[in-house]
Design a binder for this molecule. Structure first.
Ligand SMILES: Cc1cc2nc3c(=O)[nH]c(=O)nc-3n(C[C@H](O)[C@H](O)[C@H](O)COP(=O)(O)O)c2cc1C
Length: 167
């Protein structure tokens, strides 16, 4: 078990990172990120996902161009596409794979590796590049890299008294 105050601090300290060093990430670290994804909970434990590790420079370049605000993805050393298998869990595939994404993001942060969820992208184009079909939903492509420059300031959060109700 992890100490809870330390966990809360860790969660609060995490940032989306949009500036990366062009430095290779070790296989061990990639495996840790993938393992964090693999151990994600899912509805009825269906695990409706596949992960595509993208290291090929040409494919990375093409994928980065599918992100609407993804200029920061240029030159990244690695990205992982999180693919939802729609038929495996038609009702829950979006939720299950979103949790995968979060697990991977948090594992990366613990390793000093930054990432940012890419939501705004030309999914159809990215799917074509990755050879995905109709039964696949491309949730996101997470770029991973060591953080370049300063860690960004925290983004704001609504205060608890605005979002919590006790009944
Ligand atoms: C579902 C989802 C989609 C997102 N899409 C994008 C995106 O397309 N481009 C981007 O730069 N950031 C994207 N983000 C990152 C958010 O902007 C970021 O998480 C938010 O501003 C809070 O900042 P923080 O992650 O540093 O706490 C996305 C985040 C989520 C959860």
């Amino acid at each position: 078990m992890i100490e809870s105050e330390a966990l809360l601090k860790f969660l609060k300290d995490r940032r989306s990172i949009r500036s990366f060093q062009d430095k290779v990430i070790s296989e061990k670290e990639i495996e840790m990120i993938l393992e964090a994804g693999r151990w994600t909970p899912s509805a009825s434990n269906r695990q409706p996902w596949e992960f595509i590790v993208i290291q090929n420079k040409e494919i990375l370049e093409k994928i980065s161009k599918t992100a609407f605000y993804g200029k920061f993805m240029k030159g990244i050393p690695i990205a992982i596409a999180i693919v939802a298998k729609i038929k495996t869990s038609p009702k829950w595939y979006l939720i299950d794979t979103s949790l995968v994404s979060m697990n991977m993001i948090l594992m990366a942060w613990s390793l000093g590796i930054g990432t940012c969820w890419i939501g705004a992208m030309n999914r159809e184009k990215a799917k074509e590049i990755l050879g995905l079909g109709d039964k696949d939903h491309l949730l996101t492509v997470l770029p991973f890299g060591y953080i370049k420059g300063e860690i960004p300031e925290p983004t704001s959060r609504k205060p608890l008294n605005k979002i919590v109700k006790y009944v």
